[in-house]
Write a protein that binds this ligand. Structure first.
Ligand code: BDR
Ligand code: CA
Length: 320
């Protein structure tokens, strides 16, 4: 039986690719996609979820719910320089020779139920079965824990794309974007007692999508590969300029891949906490991966990846 998942996303470029991977993975049953602000404002996030679902053939159907439009405590901070003004690599501005938009505003079918209520309702309905894959700031997840920790305790696990443990950060020397965007939410999740898996930059920087591979598939003209080329063009340019690689990192798709196949990664148990008060270190994920002497483990942290096997999965399911 497919594993039940909810994908909680701040739909930027790699989130969109994570949605495609999740919807095209027969091992998963995507109960819902819930939006949260992060890479881009919540309205853009919701539009981007629908654009992405619409690219699939047939268009993918799942419940889509709006979540939180601001972090618990911190000021809003988007990532337009990386994900574009629309959060999706500026595909919403692309037009054909006649000036017709290639990715027009989609019809949005948004659940009347708020994301936080939807997560709680599904956790309760499927006790011990539901995995929450969180690939944006953890605001929705923390709000759900604050509202009803008992029902959230019914989750099987939360897989979090977030953190940087034995590598540098991407928004500061020590902090990763999703955790930095709402560190107070992340600490609430760390304290929740729910089984947690961190998929941090340590491994997502090994989950690499080569620009030449994108082009090769896009030349064949398929809708998915064309969408991947269109929405990653700007993201790849960012990586070329700032990371010195010809391609891009698949942070969020790797979190989905871990929900599909845990054996793609090596994990170690650790006590993870988040810096919420530091001047220089806000959003840092603090853990000693060498031993458990700093406290009872509250999470498993991914430390290594089967790079080839993940690349094969992504190519087969998303690009082909
Ligand atoms: C994370 O931040 C966002 O920019 C990406 O979508 C990913 O979730 C990587 O730090
Ligand atoms: Ca994301």
């Amino acid at each position: 039986m497919p594993a039940r998942v909810i994908l909680d996303t701040d739909t930027g470029v790699d989130d969109a690719l994570a949605i495609v991977l999740a919807m095209r993975s027969p091992e998963l049953h995507v109960e819902a996609i819930t939006g949260v602000c992060g890479n881009t404002p919540l309205d853009h996030c919701m539009r981007n979820i629908h654009i992405t679902l619409g690219v699939l053939d047939p268009p993918a159907v799942t419940e889509v719910a709006r979540g939180e439009d601001r972090p618990l405590v911190r000021e809003l901070a988007f990532a337009g320089d990386i994900h574009g003004a629309d959060g999706l690599g500026d595909v919403t501005r692309m037009a054909d020779a006649k000036g017709v938009r290639i990715y027009p505003d989609p019809v949005q079918r948004i659940s009347p139920v708020h994301a936080v209520d939807l997560i709680l309702e599904r956790a309760d309905r499927h006790p011990g079965e539901l995995t929450l894959v969180a690939v944006g700031p953890l605001t929705n997840v923390a709000r759900a824990i604050m509202r009803d920790p008992d029902r959230m305790g019914c989750l099987r696990q939360i897989i979090i794309m977030g953190g940087a443990f034995e590598t540098g950060g991407n928004v500061s020397p020590v902090a990763e974007f999703n955790i930095h965007a709402d560190p107070h939410a992340a600490q609430i999740v760390c304290d929740s007692g729910i089984p947690l898996v961190f998929v941090p930059l340590d491994v997502t920087r090994q989950a690499f999508l080569d620009a030449e591979m994108i082009d090769r598939h896009a030349k064949e003209g398929g809708a998915r590969a064309t969408f991947v080329r269109d929405c990653t063009a700007r993201y790849v340019a960012f990586h070329r300029r700032n990371r010195g690689v010809n391609g891009c990192f698949l942070h969020d798709p790797l979190a989905v891949a871990v929900a599909v196949r845990e054996d793609l990664v090596t994990m170690v148990p650790a006590r993870v906490d988040v810096e919420t008060a530091g001047d220089l270190t806000t959003g840092m994920t603090v853990a000693d991966l060498r031993s458990a002497r700093w406290g009872e483990p509250n999470a498993r942290v991914c430390t290594a990846l089967d790079v080839q096997e993940f690349a094969r999965m992504f190519e087969e399911r998303v690009l082909s």
